[in-house]
Design a protein around this ligand. Structure first.
Ligand code: SF4
Length: 359
């Protein structure tokens, strides 16, 4: 095992003379890179670009709008992970612009930190409908599938806005929109789905790829591997997080996902429909979209645009860096967020701001 300093020295010793852009696909990666100052420590020809690693940032506006209306109009108990509460939608000035504002208007909206809390709240309120609005990637959705498999109270419903990570990367590569020449794949997602899910980056697109964990050592090992592959023109999927990631992933979690959820074409906020990139409940019994169709059904889909001037979609797709948005750190700050990327803990704009980037 090398230390972070040793990995840095190995990277600096590589004969890389031309620019190389490496994308990461995980808010946790981006936070670790920014917090540890890895970007500034690497040779200047290596660019690290954050990609589609924030599920809250791409949660469709229509789903957030539906959650707001379910809390205000249908008077359900609405549960969501905390960073979803401040995400803004485009509505008239008279309407609640976020779940936080809907809560201030009297909606029973409760931030929670885990699916088990949803279970407890439903059990404590058996006479009320409880809707768990879940936006998340595979790591968040697998526990929801496990909960469904084990059985939940009759009054607990799910407004599911779950997404898979790899189809967004595949879409970028297949449509020629990719700005990167190497990929560091998300370690958390790979613990569930398996490293092999990322093989397509190598076999179909002939790009270097490594799965990395969240320590500077693991991330730097991933960067070293991809740079080395790039220089050698010898591409393979390198698992730099073998402590937790296997080729096949977590078999039990995958069984729950397959048993309880379908894979569907899904809308990504500001980006559009990405084929087979979303999760949907297989059964209607606990599906809020089935039981509360006035607000949560597909037929009520809205435009799904970003707020005016917000470049979150381009940030999420790695087309620009957060500070290339003209609103970054001027009109848009964590105290007054314009777009979802400045709200969520996994949003690149928020991470860069927290890391001290101001221009
Ligand atoms: Fe959107 Fe704000 Fe980020 Fe600009 S800085 S992309 S407005 S969240």
């Amino acid at each position: 095992m090398h230390t972070a300093q040793e990995w840095l020295e190995k990277i600096r010793a590589l004969p890389l003379t031309s620019p190389l852009k490496i994308m990461n696909v995980c808010g946790g990666h981006e936070r670790a890179i920014t917090t540890a100052g890895i970007r500034g420590a690497l040779p200047p020809q290596i660019e690290l670009i954050p990609g589609p690693g924030c599920p809250v940032c791409i949660c469709p506006e229509e789903d957030i709008y539906a959650a707001i209306q379910l809390a205000l109009q249908d008077k359900v108990i609405l549960l969501a992970f905390g960073d979803m509460l401040r995400v803004p939608v485009n509505v008239s000035k008279q309407e609640a612009r976020s779940l936080e504002q809907a809560k201030a208007l009297g909606g029973d909206i409760r931030p929670i930190a885990s699916p088990m809390e949803a279970l407890q709240i439903a059990e404590q309120n058996p006479k009320q409908a409880v809707i768990f609005f879940v936006a998340g990637f595979e790591t968040t959705i697998a526990p929801v599938a496990a909960l469904l498999a084990q059985g939940v109270p009759d009054n607990l419903y799910f407004l599911l806005s779950g997404r898979l990570t790899y189809p967004a990367v595949a879409m970028l590569l297949e449509t020629g929109q990719a700005t990167f020449q190497a990929l560091v794949a998300p370690g958390h997602v790979a613990t569930v789905m398996g490293a092999n899910e990322w093989t397509f980056v190598v076999t179909e697109h002939q790009l270097p790829c490594a799965v990395a964990g969240f320590t500077p050592e693991s991330l730097l090992a991933g960067f070293y591997s991809t740079i080395r592959q790039y220089l050698d023109k010898n591409y393979f999927l390198d698992n730099c997080y073998p402590q937790l990631v296997t080729a096949q992933g977590n078999t039990t979690a995958k069984i729950y996902l397959n048993e309880k959820l379908n894979i569907i074409d899904a809308n990504w906020r500001g980006i559009g429909i990405i084929p087979r990139s979303g999760f949907a409940l297989k059964e209607s019994t606990h599906d809020a979209r089935y039981h509360f169709p006035d607000y949560a059904s597909e037929s009520r889909r809205r435009a799904g645009e970003m707020p005016a001037g917000c470049d979150c979609a381009s940030v999420v797709l790695g087309k620009i860096y957060p500070n290339q948005c003209r609103l970054y750190s001027t009109a848009c700050t964590p105290r007054n967020p314009i777009g979802p990327c400045m709200v969520s803990d996994e949003g690149a704009c928020r991470i860069w701001w927290s890391g001290g980037v101001r221009t």
